[in-house]
Design a protein around this ligand. Structure first.
Ligand code: NAD
Length: 250
């Protein structure tokens, strides 16, 4: 199905790299004008407007949202995608790291959505899509803090979907499996044997390979599009079957 974003204005956080960059490119190819919010916006591919934003900083978020509204005249789509990782069991991270990850991964999404909602309510095609993760549901080992933050994103998505349904704002999530992005590239580069580590990550996926950023972007494009007009509150897995089929590697 073709998604038509002609005349629509989208914000994509974390849109300068990886999954966010693929989402920005997908929305733009469908006709949207795309504002990328990122800590490092320079060289963001596919951005009609790239703004330096830290989603952990409410003032920076509010200023950026108002700038998009002023420059483009409207806001129709918000893709809350910026996020950071954390490794280890609950004993691995002290309170300040728990606060930092929640501040970015959860409150970051709240801040952007909160600032954009007055504009979204005026759109006939308003949609928010939050990047959660398979970590929200899978019980991944050594990912306690990250999983808790993405579980919070899952609950937040459903709560927001209920709250803003009658205001014409749909809210959905995507749950990617391990995806081939610079994030994972950095993880592999720090491993003693990156090739072996990559093979292990691929083998952990039920379909035997990493998810591509473009596959996640395609799912986001559907959820963000008017074609999904009756879909709200869902978390769409893009993970080779891990979540829905409870598949584990052989
Ligand atoms: P990435 O590191 O390649 O890109 C993340 C982008 O977010 C970067 O451009 C970074 O500058 C930006 N960013 C980070 N903190 C920010 C902040 N405070 N304010 C604004 N921008 C910020 O990562 P990715 O792999 O593309 O991941 C994107 C999203 O997908 C994250 O929410 C991540 O949790 C989620 N995710 C990733 C995977 C994976 O395997 N790569 C799997 C499931 C979910």
């Amino acid at each position: 199905m073709n998604q038509d974003f002609t005349d629509l204005i989208a914000i994509v956080t974390g849109g300068a790299s990886g999954i966010g960059a693929a989402i920005a490119g997908r929305l733009k190819s469908g006709g949207a004008r795309v504002a990328v919010f990122d800590l490092q916006p320079d060289g963001a591919p596919h951005a009609d407007l790239a703004i330096a934003v830290d989603v952990a900083d409410d003032a920076s978020v509010r200023a950026a949202v108002e700038r998009v509204a002023a420059e483009f005249g409207r806001i129709d789509i918000v893709v809350n995608n910026a996020g950071i990782g954390a490794q280890g069991t609950i004993e691995a991270n002290a309170d300040d790291e728990w606060h930092r990850v929640f501040d970015i991964n959860v409150l970051g999404m709240v801040r952007v959505a909160r600032a954009a909602l007055p504009h979204l309510r005026r759109s006939p095609a308003a949609a928010i899509v939050n990047t959660s993760s398979i970590a929200a549901t899978a019980g991944l080992p050594e990912r306690a803090l990250y999983s808790a933050s993405k579980g919070a994103v899952a609950a937040l998505t459903r709560a927001m979907a209920a709250d803003h349904l009658r205001q014409g704002v749909r809210v959905n999530a995507v749950n990617p499996g391990t995806a081939d992005t610079p994030w994972i590239g950095r993880l592999l580069a720090s491993a003693p044997d990156p090739a072996t580590e990559r093979a292990a990550l691929e083998a952990r996926q039920p379909h035997g390979r990493l998810v591509s950023a473009d596959e996640v972007a395609e799912a986001v494009a559907y959820l963000a599009s008017p074609n999904a007009g009756s879909t709200t509150g869902v978390a769409l897995a893009v993970d080779g079957g891990m979540q829905e089929l409870r598949l584990r590697p052989a």
